[in-house]
Design a protein around this ligand. Sequence first.
Ligand SMILES: Nc1nc2c(ncn2[C@@H]2O[C@H](COP(=O)(O)OP(=O)(O)OP(=O)(O)O)[C@@H](O)[C@H]2O)c(=O)[nH]1
Length: 463
Amino acid sequence: MVLDDLGSSLRGSLDQLRGKSRLDEEDVEDIVKEIQRSLLQADVSVDLVMDLSEDIRQRALDEEPPGGTSARDHVLRIVYEELVDLVGESTDLPLEDQTIMLAGLQGSGKTTTAAKMAWWFSKKGLRPGVIQTDTFRPGAYDQAKQMAERAEVEFYGEPDNDNPVEIAEHGMEELLDVDVLIVDTAGRHALEETLIDELEQIESVVEPDRNLLVLDAAIGQGAKEQADRFDDAVGIDGVTITKLDGTAKGGGALAAVDRTDSSIAFLGTGEEVQDIERFEPDGFISRLLGMGDLKQLTERVERAMEETGQDEDDWDPESMMDGEFTLHDMRKQMEAMNNMGPLSQVMDMIPGLGGGLKDQLPDDAMDVTQERMRDFEVIMDSMTDDELQNPRSISKSQIERIARGSGKEEEQIRELLEQHKMMDRMMDQFSGMGDGDMQRMMKQMGGGGGGGGGLGGMGPFGD
Ligand SMILES: Nc1nc2c(ncn2[C@@H]2O[C@H](COP(=O)(O)OP(=O)(O)OP(=O)(O)O)[C@@H](O)[C@H]2O)c(=O)[nH]1
């Protein structure tokens, strides 16, 4: 989860209110001080933190908790609403034909983000293409081409042409049938005249529907100054904040953008093309506070089912939920999980798991890489149906036979059985959630039926 430090400290502060039915001034003061500390550590600017905490303080003292609401949930809702307000709006980004130009300083993540955005648009059913006009940095063309191939999207560049405007013109002609054109540009160490001139020339040729600034989350609250300067120079319609997975200062960057005339379009959360998410303030903050984000999770499950060719008939959460978690189920689960993205991100979207079960499992509990997945599938192909149905009863001699049959080491067979035990335990935890969000969610996701089975609009506190 990005901003993990901020999220876990906020959740920790709120957990101190568990069991309290009423809040006195001292309780409110304690929680406000904790929240201030957490936000300052995330590099949110002091004035923003002071404004936010005054709002939380006043609302927590003045507003009556709705009937039956615990003190913790009352403050949680207030903190949630105030943080959503702090990080501001999401950039309007219609799913239609458009041209997007990316700008940003050297190393901010433009080239990576161009491929990520193209991948994201392709998953929305559009036909994206990337034009790489960076002739400033050696190797930019090769990197961009490779990233576009990984994203499986169309690409145009000219490795031997040092005129970015010409490349842009040729690219526009070449990628005529593309719906969403993403134009990557060169960076510089600073927003200098040469960069501004180049951006203006490219802009005059591609006539973008929107300019997105790509900035590195590590600059924290410095994002305000950078966004303001790029906006003054070339005009920006939105910001993509990259590398949120690599910094604790991302909170400051998110909050800073809201103090410009701009808004946030996407978040970059890793180096792979799938490590991108559309910025949705409510979902982002509810995940941060451990309230899950069913909308994003449903999208991922639907995408995973498309990619694994599974439909709701295959995905039978009932059998997994009532303890019959076999190796057949594990195989389906891993295929789907591998298509949903890293489990640490997926689990944060499951209500109540944000900071809970995830912390109890070993880091790689479900980090089943493609390679391990393939090994596991070869091993499972050497198992009898009875062994697949009852993996816990597999004996040492059976392990030896499976190892011989699959050509894998006995240790790998044991690793598969260990992985199954961990996933089985996780399923027990899910089923232990009673008729809470998880069972309802799994059933509705399994029941699918267009638009994620009605989970789409469910906010963090239910509708
Ligand atoms: N961890 C992490 N790394 C990222 C992310 N986005 C980009 N990177 C890495 O940051 C480095 C710079 O990314 P690029 O896309 O080359 O940056 P750029 O803005 O195109 O750089 P120039 O072409 O020099 O202007 C690369 O190593 C990327 O893999 C992210 O969201 N998370």
